[in-house]
Design a protein around this ligand. Structure first.
Ligand code: SF4
Length: 278
C-alpha cells in the first residue's frame, strides 16, 4: 500500500534509501515516492510498424496523456531515480512528453529514458532534447537498409538515418551532455541477416549502443490472423518468429557482439529466453 505523499519531493537518492529501508523493515504502508516511474506520455503513433498492435488497429482510442494529469506527476518525477516516458506510441508527438522533459530538468540524479522512432527528430526537437536532462533515447529501426526499413516501418530510411546522425553530431558538440543514443532491432525472420551490419551502421552513424530483442513469443495460433502488408511485403506474425532458426540468429548475434567489441560500441540483447549468448 502507498500513502500518497507527492508534496515535498525528496532527492532521488533519499527517496530510494527510504524505499529500501521500508522494504527491509517489511513495511506494508510506505511513504516514499516511486523509485521507478513508467509513464505512457502517448499512445498515438505516426507509424504502423508491422509487428505493432498499431498496425492491426489494436490500440484502442489512442491519445496523448492529459497535460493537467501530467502536471500532477511533477513531484513524483523529481524524486524518481528511473523514469521511462514511453508506452505504445511516439512520445515526440505528445505535448505531455515535452512537459515532462522540462519538469525533470533539475533532477540530475535520475536516469530518464524514452523510446522513439526518430521520424520527428527535427533540429528543434534535437535542441529541446539536448537542453533537457534526458539520459537515453532508444531508437527503433529494425533494420539498416532502405528496403528493410520500408518493409517493416514504412518510412524513409534515409530521413530517419539523417535525423539520428544529426542528433549524434549535435550531442557530440556538447561534451557535458549525458545523452546516450541506443539503436534497437526487433529480430524476425525477415531481418535477421542484417544483425551484423546493424552494429556497423550504428557505429558509423555515431550511436552509442545497439540492442536486440525478438518478437513477442505469443502462441502462434493466437497470432494466425495477424498479417500486415507494406508494399510487396506481407508480414505474418506467426511465420516471422525465430524459434526454428534460433541457431542462425544466435550465430549472427555472436558475430555482431564480437564486431561491437572491436568497434567499441555497446551491445545487448533481451526478449525471449531463446535469445542468449555465452
Ligand atoms: S513506432 Fe513504435 S509504437 Fe509506433 S507503430 Fe512502430 S512499434 Fe508501434
Amino acid at each position: 500500500m502507498y500513502a500518497l505523499k507527492n508534496s515535498v519531493a525528496s532527492s532521488p537518492f533519499d527517496n530510494e534509501k527510504e524505499a529500501i529501508l521500508a522494504w527491509e523493515q517489511g513495511k506494508e504502508v510506505v511513504t516514499n515516492n516511486p523509485v521507478l516511474l513508467s509513464i505512457e506520455s502517448t499512445s498515438v503513433c505516426n507509424l504502423r510498424c508491422v509487428m505493432c498492435p498499431h498496425a492491426i488497429g489494436a490500440v484502442h482510442r489512442p491519445k496523448h496523456m492529459d497535460q493537467e494529469i501530467a502536471g500532477k506527476l511533477e513531484n513524483f518525477l523529481k524524486s524518481a531515480k528511473n523514469v521511462q516516458l514511453h508506452g505504445i506510441g511516439e512520445p515526440l508527438l505528445s505535448p505531455a512528453f515535452w512537459q515532462f522533459l522540462s519538469a525533470i530538468k533539475d533532477n540530475h540524479q535520475a536516469h530518464i529514458e524514452v523510446n522513439s522512432n526518430a521520424v520527428l527528430l527535427t533540429d528543434t526537437a534535437i535542441e529541446k532534447i539536448l537542453n533537457s536532462n534526458l539520459s537515453t533515447i532508444n531508437i527503433s529501426l529494425d533494420g539498416c537498409s532502405r528496403e528493410m526499413y520500408k518493409k517493416i516501418r514504412g518510412e524513409s530510411f534515409e530521413k530517419v538515418a539523417k535525423n539520428i546522425k544529426r542528433l549524434c553530431e549535435k550531442r557530440n558538440e556538447r561534451p557535458d551532455s549525458k545523452l546516450k543514443v541506443w539503436l534497437n532491432m526487433t529480430i524476425m525472420k525477415e531481418n535477421y541477416k542484417e544483425i551484423v551490419h546493424f552494429v556497423h551502421f550504428a557505429k558509423a552513424i555515431g550511436a552509442d549502443h545497439t540492442h536486440f530483442n525478438d518478437l513477442n513469443d505469443f502462441d502462434p495460433e493466437a497470432l494466425a490472423s495477424w498479417a500486415v502488408t507494406k508494399g510487396d511485403f506481407t508480414f505474418k506474425y506467426s511465420e516471422q518468429m525465430i524459434g526454428d532458426i534460433i541457431d542462425d540468429v544466435t550465430k549472427n548475434l555472436q558475430e555482431a557482439k564480437s564486431h561491437a567489441e572491436i568497434l567499441r560500441i555497446g551491445f545487448s540483447i533481451s526478449g525471449n529466453k531463446k535469445l542468449h549468448l555465452e
